[in-house]
Ligand binder design. Structure first.
Ligand code: 5RP
Length: 236
């Protein structure tokens, strides 16, 4: 019996399917992380099964690696692949310039490395992620556990000097302990409400000792495919 998808899952599915239609035989692919990216891995597995499509995927998290393996999607490492044709990933927010906030799923570090080593990045999303200005979604910053409280203080001082609307910073927790990323780092979420200068903020954050990477993806995404609950898609 076919299962009826909820409107939000339908939106994610149709966006993922449209992106997977762009994949060509022989491509090396970056496989994103999150619930929308999981739809992409399922759609890709279907094309591999039904058309015999030959691809190699580089997963951006242990979760995506596990899903790909379970569905028979061939995976490799970025070091093996060296350079990728296309990365398909979700996002937490995107603006009219196709700049992104990512990292809601704590995979921003591998996601940024993989997307930056790709000829093209396609973001797949539902309409709720489209914003005029980034920042309503808390900006994730991956930090080294050693001295994280001092790193957080330096981040707060930076935000104070940059005239941000609000600068509440919170260590991301899971099951009563700091959440650990795949690289065994912590995530500090910056509740900024609005980010006026995303490029400057991204560069300044990455200058702070202890900051590994931040969730602002500036000039990395080439195309956003927005799915809707009625099955339609819009491409930006
Ligand atoms: C993970 C991410 C995800 O792509 C982002 O959080 C969107 O996830 P979802 O598709 O589940 O809404 O950046 O680090």
């Amino acid at each position: 019996m076919a299962v009826e998808l909820s409107p939000i899952d339908k939106a994610k599915f149709v966006a993922a399917k449209r992106a997977v239609d762009c994949i060509e035989d022989g491509m090396k692919l970056g496989l994103g992380t999150g619930s929308t990216a999981a739809w992409m891995v399922r759609c890709l597995a279907e094309r591999i099964r039904e058309e015999g499509l030959q691809v190699q995927g580089v997963p951006t998290s242990s979760r995506t690696a596990e899903l790909a393996r379970s569905l028979g999607v061939p995976i490799t490492t970025l070091d093996e692949a060296r350079w990728l044709d296309l990365t398909i990933d979700g996002a937490d927010e995107f603006d009219p310039e196709l700049n992104l906030i990512k990292g809601g799923g704590a995979a921003l570090l591998q996601e940024k490395i993989v997307a930056s080593a790709s000829d093209q990045m396609i973001v797949i999303t539902d309409a709720a992620k489209e914003v005029r200005q980034l920042g309503a979604f808390p900006l994730p910053v991956e930090v080294i556990p050693f001295g994280w409280k001092s790193t957080k203080t330096l981040i707060e001082e930076l935000l104070g000097s940059m005239n941000v609307l609000s600068c509440e910073c919170a260590l991301r927790m899971k099951d009563g302990a700091p959440l650990l990323t795949d690289e065994a780092n912590y995530i500090v979420d910056l509740h900024l409400k609005r980010i006026n200068e995303p490029r400057q903020l991204s560069m300044a954050l990455n200058q702070i000792p202890g900051v590994v990477e931040n969730g602002l993806f500036i000039d990395i995404c080439d195309m956003v495919i927005i799915g809707h609950g009625d099955g339609s898609v819009v491409v930006r």
